[in-house]
Design a binder for this molecule. Structure first.
Ligand SMILES: Cc1cc2nc3c(=O)[nH]c(=O)nc-3n(C[C@H](O)[C@H](O)[C@H](O)COP(=O)(O)O)c2cc1C
Length: 329
């Protein structure tokens, strides 16, 4: 699929997730097979106020990530237009507007999914953004504000008319947040209503689910969010066919690549939290994971966190646990 002139190579891609899909994790997902990735949401007010955390930490991407979509979050043209301009000047290949975030702190200031409420006002904002955005411009929406206001189709048609190049649809309402199941039928309705490329999103847990979503809805691309947390290999079709030993080796290689990326690209205070969270997710579903997590989150340095993890990881190595126990005589 192409979004404007940017080719999206592959069916599935990592969804933007605040605090998770930063540069280090996006690289890992890409190396496991994710197509084009999108940054976590970047606050337009922070960008225009020259907030250094927003500009240089959250909006940070690495040259090897290109082409990259950078996602902006805001509620008015006064910040979204210069914010998008700044991201574009920094090399964004695609600017994505977050119109789906359901978090009350965000929606009460008119941002995220609140942008789906006043379609007329939002259309004026999109027009103003479209005037300055010279790279492809995309939006990410939900099915609507609540069950009484399911307007994804109306919003998508409006966006297409204004010149938006592609749309991602997460078919839950703002009121549902992340509960219940997403209604893939809404993705199909949007696909039928517009002729720009649609990315489907919601409850995809494997590449085979991604293909099912594509078959069921006609979407051209699929985003995977929560199911990719701690499992970037979800994007690699070959992973599921590996033996337990080979899966473990694959996972070890991914973790050994991910941790130095965190150490290189975050100051230790922030990086340690990232390291702990990701190591904790990588351990998910294994033996004694609870006590491991308690020990991991009590660490105070990269070295401590890594050595707690390494000890735990070795103890769950399927090759080691298969060896007969040696009895000292
Ligand atoms: C922790 C977390 C953070 C998220 N942050 C963002 C974000 O910054 N921008 C965005 O558009 N969506 C965000 N989302 C929504 C996801 O991109 C995705 O639409 C949603 O999780 C549904 O997909 P899934 O069922 O595959 O998880 C976030 C979701 C989670 C769980």
């Amino acid at each position: 699929m192409f979004i404007g002139n940017v080719e999206v190579k592959g069916l599935a891609r990592l969804a933007p997730m605040a605090g998770i899909s930063n540069a280090a994790y996006r690289i890992i997902a890409r190396e496991c097979g994710s197509a084009l990735t999108t940054s976590e949401e970047i606050d337009a007010t922070g960008l225009t106020r020259k907030n250094s955390k927003t500009r240089y930490d959250i909006a940070k991407y690495l040259p090897e990530e290109k082409p990259i979509a950078l996602q902006i979050l805001g509620s008015n043209a006064e910040t979204l237009v210069p914010g998008a301009q700044w991201l574009q000047d920094r090399g964004a290949d695609i600017i994505d507007l977050n119109m789906g975030c359901p978090v009350p702190k965000i929606t009460k200031t008119g941002r995220g999914s609140a942008m789906m409420r006043d379609v007329k006002k939002t259309s004026e904002i999109l027009k103003a953004m479209r005037k300055v955005i010279t790279v492809p411009f995309t939006i990410k929406i939900r099915s609507g504000w609540d069950q009484e206001h399911l307007n994804a189709v109306e919003v998508s048609k409006m966006a297409e008319d204004i010149g938006v190049d592609a749309i991602t649809v997460h078919p839950r309402t703002r009121a549902q947040r992340f509960t219940g199941l997403s209604t893939w039928d809404m993705i199909a309705q949007v696909v039928d209503a517009v002729s720009i490329p649609i990315t489907g999103n919601g409850d995809v847990k494997s590449m085979s689910d991604a293909r099912k979503m594509q078959m069921a809805t006609g979407c051209q691309s699929v985003m995977i969010g929560r199911a990719a947390i701690g499992k970037p290999w979800i994007f690699d079709e070959t992973f599921e066919d590996l033996s337990p030993e080979d899966k473990y080796d694959y996972q070890t290689r991914v973790i050994d690549r991910h941790m130095p990326l965190i150490m290189e690209h975050f100051p230790e205070k922030v990086g340690l939290i990232q390291m702990q969270r990701h190591l904790s997710w990588y351990a998910g579903g294994r033996d004694r994971v609870r006590s491991f997590r308690v020990e991991l989150f009590a660490t105070r340095t990269y070295d401590e966190a890594r050595s707690v993890f390494d000890r735990y990881w070795e103890s769950v190595n399927p090759a080691v646990s298969k060896q007969p126990h040696l009895v000292a005589v």
